[in-house]
Design a protein around this ligand. Structure first.
Ligand code: ATP
Ligand code: MG
Length: 613
């Protein structure tokens, strides 16, 4: 067989598919699943010989996985390039000074891998590259005429995750595509908004082409910084993230960020009895206290103590008490927003020293203190029980160790404090949950689902350019800090998300676009000189000429073993070459997704059948 002529550009680029023999590559399939594997996709990738654990959160990508990653990367590159981004590569080893300049050495904390070289200089293994690229741009770009720009790379990233788990879903070393965009203005032509939209479209194309079922959700920006941010979530039950959706308006958000629609509230309502103190020793959880008191968590007040961080808080306010119902969870981001200044969860010792009986705090601990701001969630700010249309029964902490109170009544216990807006604010400070009113449609209720975050886009603003002094001259010859965006895709996580989404009891069912091979040819007999192998090789030649990637299972194994492994590794189309069909000039054609529907196809039509599958 001769190679295709390469004397024209298009011929040189057309390319033929790969032909790989099973016996000449490494596909160590096994029945054994790793004991620690929580996700089905993790078990399947190990069992099908795609990945192997080297250490906690560190994996080998074996040939099959590498082929999938290569295809994923090709899709990513095509869409990023089409959106006008340019690929480059930055080092994974970064001098720690860069992180110190932006304060991210502290923000990333223990998640940042640090190492000291032989000269005593400290480096970090890059978790992302905002600092490095800002430094590069600062040296190379000085005028608005050079903007906008979008640069990206596909590279290994390092994060010392507290709990690496689920294989490639949360590794300590993983492959990420990260892109950074630079603009003179937030809006208008060439502005951040336009660049952000272009990335949102590129990401939508990428994950659609990967065959994934995903939701784009509003997200919190975390230690990367910045304002607007969206996550691309693969919809599946094994996902770590909780997402909420409004069924009518299309609103969707990560629970970290999800707003809740208007809820009526009022502190007014008669007490249900005398305030009664109860001894509740050795009951660390709300549920235990509730059982002992015979009170449901929805009738208990949970008060969480935050400290005002930084110096932006109003004069004298040092503590913020967030009050939610016992069956709800306080949302730190919302507490920050409601307070209007930065807050951090209080350090226990410090809070105790300031007089808070941590574990037993109630709104009453704010009485007589001018250094406290009380933030009450609307569902906790109730004097009447909306479900029973009776005065609301509340249990709460007693503000002394090992004690709770029953019959807490807002008006009686808190008095005039409630009417002082400097001391008490009613605001959404809890996580949303299924059944909550939608923030976009008052008649709709939020629904819950789980997702795997495969992509995250951020409008960074000037956080990095200001910290690192990256400015350009604008058309009026004034220096302005550059406005930035950053855009990540977890490439190795996406590989596993494809498996989590697309598998059955027998193994992986790859979406065609990212499968390691297009066709698996299985001759029942592996006799190199026999008819079956000869037919298999002829078919493989036709298929690779048509540009398809082909794996031939040329192992001298029983058919049952070959079929089981075929199901396990999940190649989308299978051609089985057996004596009986071959005698009639046919092979068997099967799709992995519908393994039971085998069709006999004449040999000379088999390649065309695969190409159109
Ligand atoms: P997570 O919330 O899952 O920890 P993150 O928000 O910290 O992720 P980003 O900084 O936004 O992650 O990184 C961009 C992308 O890189 C994420 O959307 C995710 O797909 C991927 N990613 C992040 N951390 C890991 C990890 N430990 N293992 C594999 N992929 C990861
Ligand atoms: Mg993220």
């Amino acid at each position: 067989m001769t190679d295709a002529p390469t004397d024209t550009l298009s011929a040189a680029r057309a390319g033929r598919g790969d032909l790989v023999r099973w016996t000449r590559t490494l596909i160590p399939t096994s029945k054994e699943a790793p004991a620690d594997a929580e996700a089905v996709s993790h078990r399947l990738l190990v069992r099908a010989g795609y990945i192997r654990r080297v250490g906690a959160g560190i994996y080998d990508y074996l040939p099959l996985a590498w082929r999938v990653l290569t295809r994923l990367c090709r899709i990513v590159r095509e869409e990023m390039n089409a959106a006008g981004a340019s690929e480059m590569l930055m080092p994974a080893l970064e001098p720690l000074e860069f992180f110190k300049e932006t304060g991210r050495d502290a923000e990333y904390g223990d998640n940042l891998f640090r190492l000291t070289d032989r000269h005593g200089r400290v480096c970090a293994l890059a978790p992302t590259h905002e600092e490095i690229i800002t430094d590069l741009m600062k040296a190379a770009v000085s005028s608005y005429r050079q903007l906008p720009l979008n640069l990206y790379q596909i590279q290994t990233k390092y994060r010392d995750e507290f709990r690496p788990r689920s294989g490639l879903l949360r590794g300590r070393e993983f492959i990420m595509k990260d892109a950074y965009s630079f603009h003179l203005t937030p809006d208008g032509p060439g502005g951040l908004g336009e660049g952000y939209e272009a990335m949102r479209r590129a990401y939508t194309n990428i994950f659609t082409r990967c065959g994934l079922d995903f939701t784009v959700v509003e997200a919190q920006s975390g230690p990367i910084g910045g304002s607007a941010s969206h996550e691309f979530m693969v919809n599946c039950d094994a996902g770590e993230d909780l997402i909420l959706r409004c069924p009518t308006s299309g609103y969707a958000a990560n629970v970290e960020k999800c707003e809740i629609g208007d809820r009526a509230w009022s502190f007014d309502g008669e007490p249900t009895g005398e305030l009664e103190q109860v001894h509740t020793p050795n009951m660390p959880s709300i549920e235990e206290v509730g059982k002992y008191l015979k009170v449901k968590p929805r009738n208990m007040l949970k008060t969480v103590v935050f400290r005002a961080a930084g110096d932006a808080s109003p004069a004298g306010v040092r503590w913020v008490l967030a009050v939610v119902r016992g069956d709800h969870d306080v949302n730190e981001g919302k507490v920050k927003d409601a307070a209007g200044f930065p807050v951090a969860l209080a350090n226990e010792a410090e809070a105790r020293a300031a007089g808070f009986a941590i574990g037993y705090v109630s709104p009453r601990s704010a009485l007589g203190r001018s250094d406290c701001l009380l933030l009450v969630d609307p569902d906790a700010a109730r004097g009447m029980d909306p479900e029973k249309d009776k005065p609301m029964f509340w249990a709460a902490g007693a503000d002394e160790p090992d004690h709770h109170v029953k019959h807490f009544n807002w008006r009686r216990e808190m008095g005039k404090v409630l009417d002082n807006p400097g001391s008490v604010k009613v605001a959404d400070v809890r996580n949303a949950q299924a059944g909550d009113p939608s923030p976009r449609d008052p008649s709709a209720r939020l629904e819950e689902g789980r997702g795997i975050e495969v992509g995250h886009i951020f409008q960074l603003g000037t956080k990095y350019s200001e910290a690192m002094g990256f400015t350009v001259l604008d058309p009026d010859q004034r220096r302005r800090p550059v406005i930035m965006g950053c855009y990540g895709i977890g490439v190795s996580r996406t590989l596993q998300a494809c498996v989590e989404m697309s598998h059955d009891d027998d193994g992986i069912v790859w979406p065609a676009a990212v499968a390691p091979f297009d066709v698996l040819i299985t001759p029942i007999s592996a006799d190199e000189a026999g008819d079956q192998m000869r037919a298999a090789l002829r078919l493989a030649d036709e298929l690779t000429t048509a540009g398809l990637d082909v794996l031939i299972d040329d192992r001298d194994e029983r058919p049952g073993v070959k079929f089981k492994d075929a199901d396990l590794i999940g190649v989308p189309v299978r051609l089985t070459v057996g004596a009986k069909a071959l005698a009639e000039g046919c092979v068997e054609f099967t799709r992995r997704a519908r393994a039971r529907d085998a069709e006999r196809v004449p040999l000379d039509q088999a390649a065309a059948r695969c190409a159109s599958a």
